[in-house]
Design a protein around this ligand. Structure first.
Ligand code: HEM
Ligand code: HEM
Length: 134
């Protein structure tokens, strides 16, 4: 499995641990205010990251070059900031709204880069590592 898939699964499982912790805290406290943060940490963080990692594992050639790594960092940083800021927003910190908005766009940029990876031939990214001569 490419290193990038390992990376995706490592961050995915951390998102799942955090997402479930928020879910259990909601259940125990009876306060479901942060349902949106719980849902998106689990769905963008655990489910989508694992899908990305699974895609790269099934298509290792697509994990080559710099673009897939850039895609990983943009997407993951977007989800981390979105998860934290959405949680704080739903706790009543209204000042978080612009950060939620900006991080949603960063996450979306990560998704668009993934679309690029999927549609373009393997290693077609800008600054892709040159292929070894065959
Ligand atoms: C032990 C693990 C989990 C616990 C204790 C838990 C707990 C909860 C609670 C208390 C709610 C609020 C329900 C409501 O107010 O109607 C909720 C909603 C939700 N959870 Fe979880 N959850 C867990 C795992 C997960 C996972 C793994 C996912 C996704 C992969 C997930 C996705 C969702 C979604 C999408 C909602 C919103 C549903 C809606 O809009 O009605 N949850 N969860
Ligand atoms: C940057 C990406 C995303 C943004 C900005 C976004 C935004 C939103 C918004 C504004 C809501 C309504 C929340 C409310 O009424 O309180 C929502 C709900 C929901 N979204 Fe997303 N979403 C994103 C990605 C996703 C993805 C990828 C999934 C599934 C894989 C998903 C699943 C859900 C679900 C299940 C709900 C209902 C649960 C809830 O009330 O929080 N979203 N989303």
């Amino acid at each position: 499995m490419p290193g990038l898939s390992h990376l995706y699964f490592r961050s995915a499982i951390v998102f799942l641990i955090v997402g479930i912790s928020v879910g259990i805290h909601m259940s125990v406290s009876g306060n479901h205010n942060v349902i949106g943060a719980h849902a998106h940490i689990n769905l963008l963080g655990w489910v989508t990251s694992a899908l990305f990692g699974g895609y790269y594992a099934l298509n290792p050639a697509k994990a080559t070059g710099r673009l897939p790594m850039v895609q990983y960092f943009i997407y993951t940083i977007g989800v981390v900031i979105m998860g934290v800021s959405l949680y704080l927003l739903l706790q009543g910190n209204l000042g978080m709204e612009p950060i939620v908005a900006a991080s949603s766009l960063i996450t979306f940029a990560g998704v668009l880069l993934f679309a690029w990876v999927v549609f373009m031939p393997a290693g077609a990214g800008v600054h892709a590592t040159p292929r070894a001569a065959e």
